[in-house]
Design a protein around this ligand. Structure first.
Ligand code: ADP
Ligand code: MG
Length: 252
């Protein structure tokens, strides 16, 4: 496993006030994310997986505690500073595929790329290369998101998330809305990106998705209750599936 820490949380707390009642979702949570890893966060529904992902990525501020991202204390940044930070360092994909419906696939990706790199020719060249590398060829570039299958659209969303070469891609249940075949295509893309060096943090409750990771964290009762290390994914493998299932059984 890679030993270089890219994100580190210390005593991370996140609470919400729901109808006047304080709900403590994350409770003094210490954790690290390592560069080059494909980390998965699992845990029961409502455990706070999304909340944790949003805190680690600077989408939301912690109630208490610190988060260091590449040595920078992002927990002390205000919302505007965080927005800039995210644009530069993070890529996001969600269960809901957030592509702009009124724009072609290529325009969606260019719009994201041009936020950071003003050289349109450069961004265009890179977008084409990246789309091709995940099997999205020319015939789909000028289509609109609703004309694509879920798997194609989510892969396009991944390219958009990666067009600015983020330090980390955060994925919150990225296959949650997809059928099995589309899920596999998206998971293959994520695996391929990780093989090329992209650090990934993904929330999932699905074992088939989780086994793509080399490090699995289990969140429950506001803390990381367990951690499991698998080698890097190298194709479908019964043993890998069994090991992970045994870990989850132990946790759940
Ligand atoms: P998970 O992703 O593990 O299913 P979440 O992180 O979405 O869980 O939510 C954890 C808990 O925090 C839930 O009980 C949810 O109601 C609460 N929560 C999450 N976001 C908010 C919010 N913005 N306002 C109030 N409560 C929230
Ligand atoms: Mg969630």
């Amino acid at each position: 496993m890679n030993e270089k820490i890219i994100i580190k949380s210390e005593k991370l707390c996140k609470s919400f006030s729901n109808g006047g009642i304080q709900q403590h979702v994350l409770k003094n949570l210490d954790m690290q994310i390592y560069e080059g890893d494909f980390t998965v966060i699992m845990g029961p529904s409502g455990a706070g997986k999304s909340t944790l992902l949003y805190a680690l990525s600077g989408m939301d501020r912690p109630t208490l505690g610190t988060i260091e991202f590449s040595g920078e204390r992002i927990s002390e940044k205000n919302q505007d500073q965080l927005a800039l930070f995210r644009r530069k360092h993070c890529g996001f994909v969600f269960q809901q595929i957030y592509l702009v419906d009124g724009m072609s696939i290529m325009d969606n990706i260019l719009a994201a790329g041009l936020l950071v790199n003003k050289n349109k020719q450069q961004v265009l060249k890179q977008a084409k290369e990246m789309l091709k590398s995940v099997g999205l060829n020319e015939q789909i570039w000028h289509k609109f998101p609703t004309q694509l299958s879920g798997g194609e659209a989510q892969r396009a969303a991944l390219i958009r998330a990666m067009i600015n070469q983020p330090d980390i891609v955060f994925a919150d249940e990225p296959t949650g809305q997809l059928n099995s075949q589309s899920s596999d295509m998206v998971l293959n893309t994520l695996t391929q990106m990780n093989e090329a060096g992209q650090t990934i943090v993904m929330v999932t409750h699905d074992l088939k998705s989780a086994r793509r990771a080399n490090r699995i964290l289990y969140l429950q009762d506001g803390l990381i209750q367990g951690e499991y290390h698998l080698g890097k994914y190298q194709g479908s493998d019964e043993k890998r599936h069994e090991k992970l299932a045994a870990f989850l059984l132990e946790m759940g």
